[in-house]
Design a binder for this molecule. Structure first.
Ligand SMILES: *Cc1c(COP(=O)(O)O)cnc(C)c1O
Length: 414
């Protein structure tokens, strides 16, 4: 059974209650009373599983963490205030000044800026390379890179990494392998492919309704043998490793969330749980629709780019490794900014916004918005050309969306 079919069956059990209120309960309290001084001590020691204080997590978020852990096949998860919050949490929990991170492939603008501008201010160096530059990747790992960061699908360049191959390299050189799986929940399962940590912006597909900002980091269990975190490279984490199953939860919460406070709020977690209930249905619909839309656009002469099309440089990898699709994005290349603007303004069904993975179909001109602060050289590296439009497929009829874009394309190019 496909993973999303399985998850569809499992999910209602994880997101609601069998007795009392059937929907998830929102617990907005910032503080939680303890029954005795002894219990307070046990909670702070991590021996009693009860909430400490909402900055360290709240029960609604806890429910979401359990559901995302099951979805991913992980040992646990920590939900955060946003996707960037999840990335910041993972970086600040595992790294220290002097460490190097290798960023492979295309990145969401916020992550790119974080790695290029913000992390270096704290002494963490980021190296960048393309998905298939294995000589460079191996050399950097040999030279002591501590973490490799990728996105399951490059955004907006739609280049696809070979996750298994990168995971093996990270294991060989004892580097943490972190995969931002925001674009491909359910259809790509990085932990099962060898990743150590999976990051989500739940704001996007998991929530789906553009109603809740949120993020999550999901982690694997510690291994009894060949656990790379026991390497001296990670010696400042060693005190946590004795905690067993919950070790990485402690690393994330005690080394980052407690001090930086990127904590999720209960209402956002509730909304995200609502989104999760229909995730499998929406993922299936959207991925089937994208394949249909790009094939129709291509046949009609629209300059569309997507890995399912034969001419895309990663088409073979797409066929081999992404059998259920690679998420909601596809791009259309207009010859210049003016035509791209005109095309977007001509569409009738497309909402122009910076979000992706919404139930509605979204579109945005790239170089004048998200990538406006990047220089020409960086934009080129990220595949952002002056005429590039990114679309994110929603739940509408794929035929109606294809027709809308084709009509707009024809009007602009006649
Ligand atoms: C949107 C996004 C983020 C950041 O998430 P926010 O919830 O907006 O903070 C990170 N990674 C990817 C791939 C994204 O699309």
């Amino acid at each position: 059974m496909k993973h999303y079919e399985y998850f569809n069956t499992l999910l209602p059990e994880l997101t609601g209650n069998r007795e009392g209120p059937v929907a998830s309960v929102i617990t907005p309290s910032a503080a939680f009373g303890y029954t005795s001084a002894q219990e307070a001590e046990a909670i702070f020691a991590g021996e009693a599983q009860k909430p400490v204080y909402a900055r360290m997590g709240n029960p609604t978020g806890g429910k979401l963490e359990n559901a995302i852990t099951r979805m991913e096949g992980g040992a646990g998860a920590v939900v955060t205030s946003s996707g960037m919050g999840a990335i910041a949490m993972v970086l600040t929990a595992f790294l220290r000044s002097g460490d190097k991170v290798l960023c492979v492939g295309g990145f969401f603008g916020g992550t790119y800026a974080m790695m290029r501008e913000t992390m270096p201010r704290f002494g963490i160096e980021a190296l960048f390379c393309d998905t298939d530059e294995y000589d460079y990747i191996e050399k950097s790992l040999e030279n002591g890179v501590k973490m490799v960061l990728i996105e399951s699908v490059g955004n907006p360049n739609l280049r696809l990494p070979d996750i298994r191959r990168l995971a093996l390299l990270c294991d060989r050189y004892k580097a943490l392998f972190v995969v931002d799986n925001t674009l491909t929940p359910l259809i790509v399962q990085p932990l099962k492919m060898g990743a150590d940590i999976v990051i989500y912006s739940t704001t996007k597909i998991i929530s789906g309704h553009s109603a809740a900002l949120g993020g999550a980091a999901v982690f694997r269990a510690l291994k009894s043998e060949e656990e790379k975190l026991t390497d001296s490279k990670f010696k400042d984490l060693h005190p946590f490793l004795k905690k067993g199953k919950g070790a990485l939860m402690m690393v994330l919460k005690k080394r980052s969330m407690r001090d930086f406070g990127m904590s999720a709020n209960a209402f956002s977690s509730f909304l995200t749980l609502l989104g999760l209930e229909t995730l499998a249905l929406r993922v299936k619909r959207v991925n089937e629709s994208v394949a249909k839309v790009v094939s129709i656009l291509y046949d009609q002469g629209v300059k569309v780019r997507h890995p399912s099309l034969k001419y895309h440089e990663h088409n073979l990898r797409y066929e081999a490794l992404f059998e259920d699709g690679c998420g909601p994005l596809f791009t259309v290349e207009c010859s210049d900014k003016e035509r791209a603007f005109a095309l977007l303004n001509e569409t009738k069904l497309v909402v122009q916004t910076a979000n992706i993975g919404d139930n509605r179909t979204l579109g945005l001109h790239m170089s004048s918005t998200i990538y406006r602060d990047f220089d020409e050289e960086s934009r080129k590296k990220m595949g952002v050309t002056p005429g590039l439009i990114r679309f994110s497929m929603g739940l509408q009829s794929p035929l109606a969306i294809a027709e809308d874009i084709i009509d707009a394309w024809k009007r602009v190019h006649s």
